[in-house]
Design a protein around this ligand. Sequence first.
Ligand SMILES: Nc1ncnc2c1ncn2[C@@H]1O[C@H](COP(=O)(O)OP(=O)(O)OP(=O)(O)O)[C@@H](O)[C@H]1O
Ligand SMILES: [Mg+2]
Length: 265
Amino acid sequence: MNLKGGVGKTTTASNMAYELARLGYKTLAVDLDPQGHLTDGYGIKNFTGPGSLEVLRHGEQAGAVYRGVRENLFLVGANFSTGGATLQALSLAPGPQALGKWLALNADRFDFTVMDCPPTLDNCSASALLAAHELIIPVTGDYLSLQGVAAFSRVIRAAEKLRSNGLKRWLLMTRFQPQRKLAQEVKNKISDNFPGELLHTEIRENVALAESPGFGLSIFEYASASTGARDYGAMVREFLDRSENARINDDINEGEFAGVAAHAC
Ligand SMILES: Nc1ncnc2c1ncn2[C@@H]1O[C@H](COP(=O)(O)OP(=O)(O)OP(=O)(O)O)[C@@H](O)[C@H]1O
Ligand SMILES: [Mg+2]
């Protein structure tokens, strides 16, 4: 999640969920953005639900509104129609707790849930802020990103007050251009201001990452030798290594029970 648009939220959610599934984790990807880019990016065009709208409206009563999109990878698609119908449906939604309740009900079916959020603070993103265990904030290497993260941090603190447990935060440098001095400066500032929260892996600017959703493919399917595939592969390995929820999850798997750790991008 990041309230700034176009920073790589969907690219991160899509490729992270795909890679977790490829590694053998049962993974649920949830498209919470009315733009539906995560749904499109897995090659599902003109999706007409049921999907995340039912989850936000009906919570536990929404049923099994996910579908298999790859081996081990399941998707709750975005079926928000445009305009008034969606607004009306969301205004009837019971509140931001519905998503968390539905996820909890389905927790034993998945090892990880990855949620893609819109660049706005609305019922969709508020629901994710309350339901997620960890938050991944993609940040690009420009100064406006720094301001955006500072403003967003205040939103996270407010959300934490409404939660019974803390919300682990990770920052991820995306669309990174290592040769640019400004990008390095922004990275250093983030690292100084959010000690221990910046993922060391940078996702470099890579044209294959921009091309792959148009073919309905993850970067690993579209260009497995690209820097984009290498970077997201490394990012997921680092995440699995550093996230306490991921480690708990591994222990649970070893005990032949599947748990859920929800991650919002
Ligand atoms: N590392 C990258 N290299 C090249 N292009 C990228 C990279 N990451 C994302 N893009 C491209 O940049 C654009 C924005 O990325 P993306 O859709 O993931 O951002 P977003 O934060 O989800 O945007 P929104 O706020 O609209 O939901 C897309 O065209 C995407 O393909
Ligand atoms: Mg997006």
